[in-house]
Design a protein around this ligand. Structure first.
Ligand SMILES: [Zn+2]
Length: 82
């Protein structure tokens, strides 16, 4: 991530008048806007991104994991297939 910092509002934690970097477009219901994040939030996003790719400590569901885990039926024991 290459950041260009400017004063603004962090879209992630809501702090205002802090140094924020452009993170990317956010879209909802046909609306879109440039999303900015402050340094602590950008750092957290970096850690989450790295965790996503290392598959450790993922705080939120990821599509690949959700699909895989939903196909495993609880209570049927370990089939040894991983
Ligand atoms: Zn923030």
């Amino acid at each position: 991530m290459e950041e260009r910092w400017e004063l603004g509002t962090c879209w992630l934690c809501g702090r205002i008048e802090v140094h924020v970097a452009y993170l990317g477009p956010v879209q909802e219901d046909g609306l879109h806007a440039p999303m900015h994040g402050c340094e602590p939030c950008v750092d957290r996003l970096r850690r989450m991104l790295r965790a996503y790719y290392t598959r450790r400590d993922i705080p939120h569901q990821t599509p690949a994991r959700v699909v895989r885990s939903s196909t495993v039926r609880p209570g049927r024991g370990d089939t040894g297939v991983r």
